[in-house]
Design a protein around this ligand. Structure first.
Ligand SMILES: Cc1cc2nc3c(=O)[nH]c(=O)nc-3n(C[C@H](O)[C@H](O)[C@H](O)COP(=O)(O)OP(=O)(O)OC[C@H]3O[C@@H](n4cnc5c(N)ncnc54)[C@H](O)[C@@H]3O)c2cc1C
Length: 260
């Protein structure tokens, strides 16, 4: 347990009944965002509220700062952790979509050492991270943003606004050069079985000028390869529609932020 904002509800709903709980909340040295030269590191006990406002995150992972600011309410943001959100792999969690769009890497530790895995691969399936029983997520590394890069997150929350789990949420990161998109990553949440990268959308974007028509055409591919789940908040058709709408919005905001 880190913040307990997902583990305690799961226990109250009797979905999990752990024999033992190890609370890492007071382990020293895990509460910082660090500048590591070419990347920043968000350590295991960094709360959503810190991720949302930390100058290094705002500068180098703006889609993640936005997703953290849109996570739950003020109490949840003051307790829950960004690493806990990634480790939980909720189908509708906000921050994992942004972490994968920023090209994040999960650093995993155990008594035998550490290993690194891309955050996209770390999200194996619904509520299933790439973690063995004796491993913890120590930190998330995010490459620093360079010239020509922009990123944004946008979502529809379950009660219509921003401050709730995503019915559909999309994070986009783009790199532009000479008026064209030369690289892109788009992360989707709330729609499929896990937060995931939309490879077809990124492929369709690269080489375009990032205009509204080009972005709209790429966004049409938002559910290619995605197993769209119907749930209490929408039918398959509605969720697929939302995925396209928010893919377009997030990419356009990311492109606009390049020159802002
Ligand atoms: C009322 C409410 C509203 C919410 N709204 C939103 C929302 O709008 N958007 C959203 O994305 N989320 C929302 N959440 C979930 C919230 O963001 C959680 O804080 C987050 O999902 C989990 O982080 P945590 O630190 O609380 O993890 P915990 O609850 O402590 O742990 C969650 C799971 O991850 C594991 N875990 C935690 N940290 C680590 C680690 N470092 N290494 C390995 N495993 C670890 C735990 O073992 C557990 O299985 C909401 C929660 C509540 C209670």
């Amino acid at each position: 347990m880190s913040g307990g904002m997902s583990l305690i509800p799961l226990m109250k709903m009797r979905l999990v009944s752990p024999a033992r709980i190890v609370d890492i909340g007071k382990v020293p040295g895990l509460g910082d965002v660090e500048d590591r030269g070419d990347h920043i590191a968000i350590k295991a006990l960094v709360r959503h509220a810190v991720t949302a406002t930390h100058p290094l995150v705002l500068q180098h992972a703006p889609a993640l700062a936005q997703a953290a600011a849109m996570t739950g309410d003020v109490q949840v943001r003051n307790r829950g952790t960004t690493c806990g959100s990634l480790a939980h792999v909720d189908v509708a969690a906000d921050q994992p979509a942004a972490i994968i769009a920023h090209g994040g890497v999960a650093v995993i530790g155990s008594s035998t050492g550490t290993r690194e895995v891309s955050a996209a691969d770390f999200c194996v399936d619904t509520l299933t991270p790439d973690l063995a029983p004796d491993e913890v997520l120590l930190e998330i590394r995010l490459p620093k943003m360079g010239p020509g890069e922009g990123a944004a997150y946008d979502k529809l929350g379950r009660r219509g606004g921003h401050s709730d789990y995503a019915v559909a949420g999309v994070a986009a990161w783009v790199k532009m050069s000479g008026g064209s998109i030369v690289d892109a990553r788009v992360g989707l949440t709330g729609v499929g079985t896990k937060p995931q990268l939309l490879h077809s959308v990124a492929e369709a974007l690269i080489g375009t000028d990032g205009s509204e028509s080009a972005v709209a055409a790429a966004a049409e591919r938002a559910v290619d390869g995605v197993t769209v789940l119907e749930d209490l908040y929408g039918s398959e058709e509605y969720k697929a529609h939302l995925a396209k709408v928010f893919t377009k919005r997030a990419i356009l905001q990311a492109v606009a932020s390049v020159n802002a």
